[in-house]
Design a binder for this molecule. Structure first.
Ligand code: PNS
Length: 174
């Protein structure tokens, strides 16, 4: 029988992190959050504070959006992190990372991240993939920004309050 030490930490097993850029959170992200919040007792949605990426929304704004969108999900906490995900997960004693898979094109990138995290953490951080619901499979934060930049309709991509914030950003930028 294979014995995996960390699986004995029952409390920790019931917690997961959903990390990402969330710039901005889309309905696809929200779909993953809702489904993961049913699977795990505690879900921490955490925004990567990546200084290298040219983000539309600040980390604080992205956290606020996620908090507003998840306010009716009592077991969901929103946070941010910088540095390596494995270090952040270790600090929080969380052993599962949740990621959404939209299409085969996501797979190579996600496989690489998942395997790197498992290797670097000596097996302490594993990844659970949820396949994105089909109606959101085409969605990405990048396409939402691009559509909005050209005054296109993003009402089917993000919650209404997020759409307003995205359009506002582009009005300010212009
Ligand atoms: O929403 P994204 O941009 O696809 O999310 C990517 C994310 C945040 C999950 C990934 O970039 C990440 O975990 N970055 C933190 C740095 C890290 O741990 N890198 C090692 C894995 S390659």
């Amino acid at each position: 029988m294979i014995k995996i030490e960390y699986l004995e930490e029952i409390d920790a097993m019931n917690a997961a992190i959903y990390p990402g850029s969330f710039d901005p959170m889309t309905l696809g992200h929200l779909d993953i959050i809702k489904r993961a919040s049913i699977m795990f007792d505690e879900l921490t949605v955490s925004v990567l504070d990546n200084k290298a990426k040219n983000a539309l929304f600040s980390v604080g704004e992205r956290v606020s959006i996620l908090k507003e969108a998840t306010k009716d999900l009592p077991n969901v906490t929103v946070d941010s992190f910088n540095g390596l995900l494995i270090d952040y997960a270790r600090q929080k004693s969380i052993h599962i990372s949740v990621r959404g898979l939209r299409a085969i094109t996501d797979f190579e990138y996600e496989l690489q991240i998942a395997q790197t995290n498992r290797k670097l953490s000596n097996g302490e951080l594993d990844t659970v993939f949820l396949t994105t619901s089909l109606e959101y499979a085409y969605l990405s934060s990048s396409s939402v920004k691009e559509i909005a930049a050209f005054h296109g309709d993003i009402s089917q991509c993000v919650p209404d309050f997020v759409a307003e914030l995205v359009y506002k950003k582009f009005r300010v930028v212009e």
